[in-house]
Design a protein around this ligand. Structure first.
Ligand code: FES
Ligand code: FES
Length: 165
């Protein structure tokens, strides 16, 4: 950071908690989440909007946090992977599905996948296998482990529908 660089005092609401931080205008939302707020579950891979590792929900919509400036997220509700589990610690259906289906591998890409799928199954609560595959096409896993992740999409949808029955 340059010493003479102008700083902006902003409030970011992440997982329902307000954080007051001071950042330069060029600070990426992904860096603000990780370095200023200290939530390191959101990962940064490409920083070009390609890999999806940095995906968070912004007002419920999956967004590449490496393509947003932190200052532009002020006043919006941000959800990171740390915000998926319920307050009592029980797992979100997507987390439970990853656990059951062995979809966790090296895990670098996992938070981005989980956030994408959490939003995806709200949009489409009963995806078929092709739709499950489509749901995750914007996220890259370098371990070529997509098969179990696709299975986890289907299981997460099942668990979600059981939860609301
Ligand atoms: S780090 Fe944001 S899409 Fe890759
Ligand atoms: S589990 Fe996705 S990059 Fe390894």
């Amino acid at each position: 950071m340059r010493e003479d660089e102008e700083q902006y005092g902003i409030t970011l609401v992440v997982n329902g908690i307000s954080h007051q931080i001071s950042v330069p205008g060029r600070r990426l939302l992904s860096d603000a989440i990780r370095h200023d707020i200290g939530l390191t579950g959101t990962h940064v891979g490409c920083e070009h909007g390609v890999c999806g590792a940095c995906t968070v929900l912004v007002d419920g919509v999956p967004m590449r946090s490496c393509l947003m400036f932190a200052v532009s997220a002020e006043g919006l509700q941000i959800t990171t992977v740390e915000g998926l589990a319920r307050p009592d610690g029980s797992l979100h259906p997507v987390q439970q599905a990853f656990r059951e289906c062995h979809a966790l591998q090296c895990g670098f890409c996992t938070p981005g996948f989980m956030i994408t799928i959490a939003a995806g199954i709200l949009d489409n609560p009963a995806p078929d296998p092709a739709q499950a595959r489509d749901m995750i096409t914007g996220n890259l896993c370098r371990c070529t482990g997509y098969q179990n992740i696709e299975t986890a999409v289907l299981r997460a949808a099942e668990l979600s529908s059981e939860a609301i029955r």
